[in-house]
Design a protein around this ligand. Structure first.
Ligand SMILES: NC(=O)c1ccc[n+]([C@@H]2O[C@H](COP(=O)([O-])OP(=O)(O)OC[C@H]3O[C@@H](n4cnc5c(N)ncnc54)[C@H](O)[C@@H]3O)[C@@H](O)[C@H]2O)c1
Length: 433
């Protein structure tokens, strides 16, 4: 099958590489010429485990190519995935400019039947709007289906190769069948391909992200109450996780969620409902609890230094919004570091993969360490903001001898409080005595 994937970001690049891996001929298209040039030279613009090997193999075997030429890609491909970004506008609604531009161009360049697949996360009604836009540009036959993506950054290839489920929203059963066949190699172990109408398919994606974000904010509120009453959120998490109705995922409290999806998708869903005069009270609270969580963490640090951070050296371990990615979009680390800089603190930060992204955000306003130990030189406190595995078992003696004061604020609960005390640290975490 000839496939074109438009938008070569976290979703498009992974989807393109995985479709190539299952034998298809895939062209990944992007307007970012720099990105396409890099990909052609074998340089992968994002950090995502397993992705470099996958791309290398499929490029070598001539199943995967990269291009800026959308016209050629449309003519060559039978299926066209739209996987461009859908960021937030001022109002909180999704910005669909890129999606609509791509749809218009696909329509203009169509020379025979095409199946257009909406992969980006888009508000209800967008896929229908895309059908109208394409129809306004061409007399060729085509179908448009919705196929939202559920991969997680940090495990994107694994998730795409072994999805929990595939969701397809299609009005025409034949169009739906094409996608079902395309995904057959990925669901051989029995994961369902859920066929539904287009509007429902668009909303499933938002509902999934909203639900996961709600679990995190819920646990953060429980953690905050734990701090007030002297209970331990870790044991509460275990108590909940072993309940089959609740399950173990997404129950970790911390400094709040970030990334390019949860914050933006919550705002977009709230906005969709608002346009229909419905207030999503739970989701609005999920967003505000999340904003408070980073603020609460900052307040703990400020209070520790008796409201005077002027000239204090603060070391930060972890900048990406979660481990195993270099992505810093909407990362809690940004909110926390900005707040501490405002208080006059000097920041030295280390992240295994997100250093380059951090430089784009903070420039020379913070220092960048080359490993987690030299990050601690002369530090008055360490803040753990991302739970990278490499931070979990450090040499505590080495840490203490590098730091001016052995103080740790653990925003991800990666250390054991009793052990930290034993090691001689003044240790504070989230929701644990
Ligand atoms: N990142 C995730 O974990 C994830 C998971 C599921 C769904 N999604 C959704 O998938 C979509 C893409 O997300 P992403 O994280 O891959 O975004 P991204 O920002 O990493 O990539 C988007 C790409 O689209 C390109 N682009 C923009 N306009 C274009 C145009 N007119 N023609 C060609 N290319 C264009 C950009 O240059 C960029 O490379 C979003 O709607 C997002 O909500 C993301």
């Amino acid at each position: 099958m000839n496939i074109g994937v438009v938008g070569t970001g976290y979703v498009g690049l992974v989807a393109g590489a995985c479709f190539a891996e299952s034998g298809n001929a895939v062209v990944c298209v992007d307007i970012d010429t720099d990105k396409v040039d890099k990909l052609r030279q074998g340089i992968i613009p994002i950090y995502e485990p397993e992705l470099p090997e996958l791309i290398e193999r499929n490029v070598r075997d001539e199943r995967l190519t990269f291009s800026t030429d959308l016209e050629a890609a449309v003519r060559k491909s039978f299926i066209l995935f739209i996987a461009v970004g859908t960021p937030t506008t001022e109002s909180g609604a999704a910005d669909l400019t890129a999606v609509f531009n791509v749809a218009r161009d696909i329509g203009r360049f169509m020379d025979r039947y095409k199946l257009v697949v909406m992969k980006s996360t888009v508000p209800v009604g967008t896929t229908e709007r895309i059908r109208e836009i394409i129809a306004g540009e061409t007399k060729q036959p085509f179908d448009v289906v919705s196929n939202p993506e559920f991969l997680k950054q940090g495990a994107a290839v694994e998730d795409f190769m072994k999805p929990d489920r595939i969701v397809v929203g299609a009005d025409d059963p034949r169009a739906g069948k094409i996608l079902r066949d395309l995904y057959a190699p990925f669901v051989r172990t029995g994961s369902p391909v859920l066929m539904m109408d287009i509007r429902t398919s668009e909303l499933v994606k938002y509902a999934a992200n909203a639900f996961l974000a709600a679990r995190i904010s819920f646990m953060n509120e429980i953690a905050n109450v734990c701090e007030e009453v002297g209970a331990d959120v870790e044991m509460i998490r275990k108590g909940l996780a072993s309940d089959g109705r609740i399950g173990p995922s997404f129950l970790f409290s911390g400094v709040g969620f970030g990334g390019s999806c949860f914050p933006k998708d919550i705002r977009a869903l709230v906005q969709t409902a608002r346009e229909k005069n419905y207030t999503m009270s739970i989701l609005e609270a999920v967003g505000s609890v999340n904003a408070n969580q980073a603020q609460r963490f900052v307040e703990k640090v400020v209070k520790h230094f008796s409201n005077d951070l002027e000239g204090k050296r603060i070391a930060v371990w972890g900048l990406s919004f979660k481990p195993r990615t270099n992505d810093m979009r909407d990362a809690p680390s940004i909110r926390i570091i900005e707040a501490l800089l405002k208080e006059g603190a000097m920041i030295s930060a280390y992240d295994p993969e997100a250093g380059d992204e951090a430089r784009k955000i903070f420039g020379n306003r913070i220092q960048y360490a080359t490993n987690n130990y030299n990050c601690l030189e002369g530090a008055d406190a360490l803040l753990v903001l991302t739970e990278w595995q490499v931070f979990r078992n450090p040499n505590f003696e080495r840490m203490k001898s590098a730091m001016r004061q052995p103080v740790v604020f653990d925003g991800r609960n990666i250390f054991d409080p009793a052990h930290m005390r034993q090691q001689g640290f003044k240790y504070s975490s989230i929701g644990r005595p």
